[in-house]
Design a protein around this ligand. Structure first.
Ligand SMILES: Nc1ncnc2c1ncn2[C@@H]1O[C@H](COP(=O)(O)OP(=O)(O)OP(=O)(O)O)[C@@H](O)[C@H]1O
Ligand SMILES: [Mg+2]
Length: 244
């Protein structure tokens, strides 16, 4: 177990957002956190990443208490927040610069990943010149450059149109085969959760709790053909029943 969150609760004023949330992430695993809009998914990520303190509970990374400590996990926010006045390369290299690397070294290191992330030729462009899918890949690469053992990705593909989204999901499945980064991934798209996950936590209720945990036992490597199989439909039917 690489990451554990134990008995996390969080209220904003009178509103209890997170009930009593316990979850974990195993090494190399991709876990989706699935729940309707407003349930508290981003709030949970803000707590896991140390941006927000929980009211109670603790977070352990490799059994070390990291509750309230930021910078321990790589966190891609719900809005990609690429800096518009910086080039794509400088955006991606930013975490390395913030961690103390010299600018030239940071750029050189970051540039090595552009091809794998489908970003060749965008190094000197500005974010506004990229398509939505490219922006998200750049934001993912920047998150990866943070270099932590665990990544938290908050709805990284939700703003994309269906076709772009399918192709970025396929790409993501293949890059995950290479980098095997332990990841928690927020989505409210059931298909996306089934396609990508090793396990799914379903979050629901107010205050929010984990209402159920679901293993997707389909072998990897996976691609979009999985979506068309009987087993995919069976998973989907079961998960829809749990969400309703
Ligand atoms: N900083 C804050 N101050 C007060 N209330 C907040 C704050 N952040 C979130 N909330 C409230 O907490 C609840 C959960 O919000 P959160 O953003 O975590 O939901 P979510 O599951 O990520 O939703 P979405 O799928 O739309 O992104 C909402 O009712 C929201 O209004
Ligand atoms: Mg959110």
């Amino acid at each position: 177990m690489i990451l554990q969150a134990e008995h996390i609760t969080k209220a904003y004023g009178e509103k209890q957002v997170l009930g009593d949330i316990t979850l974990h992430l195993n090494e190399g695993e991709l876990v989706c956190l699935l729940g309707v809009s407003g349930v508290g998914k981003t709030t949970l990520f803000n707590v896991l990443s140390g941006l927000t303190l929980p009211d109670s509970g603790k977070i352990l990374l490799n059994d070390r208490d990291i509750t309230g400590k930021s910078g321990e996990l790589s966190y891609m926010l719900q809005k990609d927040l690429l800096l518009e006045h910086k080039t794509v390369l400088d955006n991606v290299a930013l975490p390395l610069i913030l961690s103390g690397k010299k600018k030239a070294d940071a750029r050189q290191h970051a540039a090595q990943y552009f091809e794998r992330f489908g970003l060749s030729g965008t190094e000197k462009k500005y974010p506004s010149q990229l398509s939505g899918g490219m922006r998200q890949r750049a934001a993912l690469l920047r998150t990866y450059m943070c270099g932590n053992q665990v990544a938290l990705l908050d709805e990284p593909f939700s703003a994309l149109d269906t076709l772009t989204r399918s192709s970025i999901q396929e790409w993501y499945l293949s890059i995950m085969e290479e980098i095997k980064l332990s990841t928690i991934f927020i989505t409210h798209d059931i298909d996306e959760a089934i396609l990508l996950s090793d396990r799914i936590y379903i979050m629901g209720g107010s205050p929010a709790v984990i209402v159920s945990e679901f293993a997707i036992e389909e072998e990897r490597p996976r691609n979009h053909d999985f979506v068309l199989t009987d087993s995919f439909i069976r998973y989907k039917r079961e998960i829809r029943a749990l969400l309703s």
